[in-house]
Design a protein around this ligand. Sequence first.
Ligand code: AMP
Ligand code: ZN
Length: 502
Amino acid sequence: MRLAWFPTIRPCVPAAHSPRATAARPRLLLLLPRPSPRRTLLTLAIESSCDDTCVAVLQKPSPTSRSSDAARLLFHEKVTSDNRHFRGVHPLTAVVSHTAHLGPLVQAALRALPEAPAVPIGGYETWKRLLWVDGAVRLKPDFVTVTRGPGMTSNLATGLNTAKGLAAAWDVPLLGVNHMQAHALTPRLVAALARGGALEDARWRPEHGLATVAKRRMAAAVGGSGDVDHQDPQFPFLSLLVSGGHTLLVHSRSLTDHLILAEAKNIAIGDMLDKCARVIIPASQIAGVDNVMYGPLLEKFAFPDDAGQDYPAAYGYTAPPRRVDEIQVFDSGRGWTLTPPLSGTSALAYDFAGFNSQVQRVVEDRPDMGLEERRFLAKHAMRLTFEHLASRLLFVLRAEGGAAYEAVRTVVVAGGVASNRYLMHILRSMLAARGFGHLQINAPPPALCTDNAAMIAWTGMEMYEAGWRSKMDVLAMRKWPVDPRAEGGGILGAEGWVNVKM
Ligand code: AMP
Ligand code: ZN
C-alpha cells in the first residue's frame, strides 16, 4: 500500500513574549507517517564471498518486543556468475558479475522494505527512520549486514564497500560477519522463519518450491514424522559445514564460539563432487547446466527417479554396522575398486583429493563406460564420500567414552552439499546404526543451504542483539577461522568489533 501523504508544515516558533523566544531553534512539526516505537529489527544483507551475488532483507521482533520470536524474509535474491568456460570459479569473472548485479539487487531490495505505518505528528527523529523509495515511505534498515570473510578478497570487498556506502548514507551501524558462522546458524534462521509461517509461504522463493521442500526435509530431519520442526538448534550443537570451499566438523558452543574438530586436508567436499560429476556424467548432460555447480546433477544422475526422496528405503542402503565394515575396499564386481578415504587412520581430518583421484582413474581407464555403470559409480562415489564424512562425526561422538559431547542434541548440516538427500539418509542411517539415533539432524532447505544473503542477515541479527557492531574501516578477510583457538582468535579476534553492551 502506498501512503496518500499530504504533510502540513507548521512552523513552530515560540511566542514573542516567551523567554525562549530568541534562544530557541525554530522547529518544524510535521504531519508525518510515524513508525511506532521500534518493535522490530530490520536489516539489509549482502553476500559476495564467491560467485553468488546475494541480497536479502530480514525483519524480526526486537529483543524487547513481546511478540512472537518469528522472522520474515522480505527479499531474497541471488545472481550466480557464469564460470563454465573456466570449469571452476574464476575470481575476476565473479567480481565483474558482483559489480554488475549488486546495484540492481540492492535497488530491488529497497522496494521490499516495509512501508511506514501512517501515524500523524512527528519530528526529526521520525525522518531518521524513514526512506523515500520510488515514491513510497518505507522503514529504513536498522543496520546493514555483509559477509566480511572468509572468501575471495576482491569479491568480498565489492559487497563490503557497497554495505559501507549504505550504512554511511543511512547513518546506521555496519555488521561485517563471518560466512561460515552464518552457515552454522542457518537452521536457527529456518526455525525463526517457520515460527513466522514463512515456510508456508513460497512467494519469496517460488522457483525453489521452498514450502514443500522445506517441509519434507524438515520432516525427514525429525525422523519422518511429517511435522515441521520449529525448534531452534540450541547451543551446544555439532555442525557439518559442507560446501564448495569448505568441509568442517565444528562444535558450536555459542554464537561466536565454534571449535573446529575436523577439516579437509586438501580440497572441499563440494569441489570434489563437482570434479567427479564432470567425468562421471555424460558430457551432453553436463553441457545443460548453466553454472559450475554439478553436485545437484550428480545426485539426480545417480537417482533419476527421485524415489529415495519420499521413500528412503528406495535407496537400498544399509549402514555399515561397525568401523571395520565401513573401511572395506569396495569391489564393484566390474573390474574396479574404491578404497574409502583415510581408512587406515582415525585422524580427525577429511581427505577428498585422494578419493577424487581414484574416481577420475576409474573413468579414465574406461572411456566407453555405459550409462548404467556410470550411475552405479556415481552412487557409490557419493556413498563412500558421505560415509567418510560421517566417520569423523562418529569418532567425535565417541570421544571420552561418549562423555565429551553428551550435551549435544543436534547435528546441523549446512552448506551447499547439505542439499543432498542421499547424504541426509546416510548420516541418519549411520548415526542410528552406531547408537546415536537420538540425535536430531537439522539441515536447512536447499535454497538456504547454498550461499545466500538470508543467512548473513540472520547472523547480523544475532550479532546485533548481542551488542556487536563493526567499525567502518574493517577490511575483507580472505581467511577467517571460526575457531577462537585458531591464529587470529576466531570470529571475535578480527579487528574492528565494538560491543555497545559491554
Ligand atoms: P556453497 O559453496 O555452500 O554455495 O555450495 C556449493 C557446493 O554445493 C557446490 O560444490 C555444489 O556442487 C554443491 N551442491 C549443491 N547441491 C548439491 C547436491 N544436491 N548434492 C551434492 N552437492 C551439492
Ligand atoms: Zn558458503
